[in-house]
Design a protein around this ligand. Structure first.
Ligand code: F6P
Length: 321
């Protein structure tokens, strides 16, 4: 029997483009005569019955907005049997037949566990600035975050060259150096410190001092938050080189802002694909797009740790310095 009502939610850390994905889900489903409940604050909203019926106009004017109109949060309660039971009771109460989860690997882990317990059909749309979902080529929001960080790096470059200083810039990426590598390469930075690669601060300082002797005065070193603290690394560099060094932590600036064209179009395409697959009977999977073609990735695969192919980009950063 065809589904009559589905629900959509955003969970975990927000990512620019989530709103575009919500828009695509709501409009594509309602155009196909399927009702959509918008659930607020992710799993928490399912547990606490914070949801309402959305229509075409509920998602007007949000395509260019960062963040998520559905709000989002991390919800430890959903990891408990009792939390999942309450969510399931509310799903039944509101006659919801399928779920679309827009979020990262933590969201998919929760969806997979819920599917195993209650077999509620569930499709994931990958959204995370970190681009760290296994089997997923690229996530909604990561292109925007990289461009935001790159603009900041370009600004830092101006003052770094003018005042002939060393800068250590910390970007997001709890377990992944993806953002750091992309912005270090695109920003023409001298070094990237990432969780996937061991680094030796003495070697880096040696390079800085040698460069300094040759007349290269300013440096930008990008560090992924999962690999170390910019403040601490800058302090050590200043101590070891005796050169003027500053630390900048870009932080949550990278999570906000208007989604880029790439993040929006990816979100719209995946929103449509998620509805299509849910209505076709697929479940326990995420949609992903590679070279414009949509693929399905099992949640079981998506929740494994993603290995970042760091060497080629890292070597290019170093070669071009
Ligand atoms: O997962 C995305 C992310 O932005 C990470 O890069 C970062 O470590 C984390 O979320 C920050 O989470 P919170 O906003 O809860 O501090």
């Amino acid at each position: 029997m065809a589904m009559k009502r589905i629900a959509v939610m955003t969970t975990g850390g927000d990512a620019p483009g989530m709103n575009a994905a919500v828009r695509a889900v709501v409009r594509y489903a309602t155009n196909n005569k399927v009702e959509v409940m918008g659930v607020f604050r992710g799993w928490w909203g399912l547990i606490n019955e914070e949801m309402k019926l959305f229509d075409h106009r509920s998602v007007s004017g949000i395509i260019n907005e960062g963040g998520t109109i559905l709000k989002t949060m991390r919800c430890p309660e959903f990891e408990t049997e009792e939390g999942q039971k309450r969510a399931h009771d509310n799903i039944k109460k509101h006659a919801i037949e399928g779920l679309i989860i827009i979020g990262g690997d933590g969201s998919f882990r929760a969806a997979h566990s819920f599917y195993k317990r209650y077999a509620t059909p569930c499709i994931g749309i990958p959204a995370s600035i970190d681009n760290d979902i296994n089997g997923v080529y690229t996530t909604i929001g990561s292109d925007t975050a990289i461009n935001t960080a790159l603009t900041a790096i370009d600004n830092i470059r101006d003052t770094a060259t003018s005042m002939e200083r060393i800068f250590v810039v910390e970007v997001m990426g709890r377990h992944s150096g993806y953002i750091a590598l992309q912005v270090a390469l695109g920003g023409g930075c001298e070094e990237a410190i990432i969780p996937e690669k061991k680094y030796d601060l003495n070697n880096i300082c040696h390079d800085i001092v040698n460069g300094n002797l040759r007349g290269k005065i300013s440096w930008i070193i990008v560090v992924a938050e999962g690999a170390g603290s910019a403040t601490e690394i800058a302090r050590q560099i200043a101590e070891l080189t005796t050169l003027e060094t500053r630390a900048v932590v870009l932080g949550h600036i990278q999570r906000g802002g208007r989604p880029t064209a790439f993040s929006r179009t990816l979100a719209l395409r995946l929103g449509q694909a998620a509805v299509e697959h849910l209505l076709k009977g697929d479940a326990d999977k995420a949609v992903s797009s590679r070279n414009g073609r949509v693929e399905l990735v099992d949640f079981e695969t998506a929740i494994q740790k993603k290995a970042l192919e760091a060497d080629a980009l890292y070597n290019l950063i170093r070669v071009l310095t």
